[in-house]
Design a protein around this ligand. Structure first.
Ligand code: AMP
Length: 113
């Protein structure tokens, strides 16, 4: 499958990995929008949050708790951080492998653009 994030998960293309287990991998965004900008993805190909299935319930929960763990490790948990999932065309999703942005190290604006 020609999916850039599957290739990152399979180590076929390089990335700066900050966390990995058997189901999840997290790496620095190549075009950071904040001092900390990490993408957290399932290794399994799920094209978007909208494509997740009931059997992915545990995986989705694990992803959120992994984000919490990474935020603590990165030293941004106390000050606060933002977690973003862009889903589909109007949601601004450009890479069609579900991923969660972990952003921190600066004040976040709201509403999002
Ligand atoms: P989204 O617009 O939510 O689909 O986000 C896709 C993100 O993937 C963007 O923030 C890109 O900067 C990031 N990205 C694309 N290619 C790579 C790559 N090879 N390594 C790390 N991040 C990437």
């Amino acid at each position: 499958m020609d999916c850039i994030f599957c290739k990152i998960a399979n180590k076929e293309i390089p990335s700066t990995i900050v966390y990995e287990d058997d189901e999840i991998i997290a790496f620095n965004d190549v075009n950071p929008e904040a001092p900390v900008h990490i993408l957290v993805i399932p290794k399994k190909h799920i094209s978007s949050l909208d494509a997740a299935m009931p059997e992915d319930e545990q995986l989705l929960g694990r992803i959120l708790l992994t984000i919490q763990k990474i935020a603590r490790e990165q030293g941004i948990a106390e000050a606060g951080y933002r977690v973003v999932n862009n889903c589909g065309e109007l949601g601004g999703q450009t890479v069609h492998h579900m991923h969660f942005h972990l952003l921190g190290g600066r004040e976040m604006l709201w509403p999002a653009g």
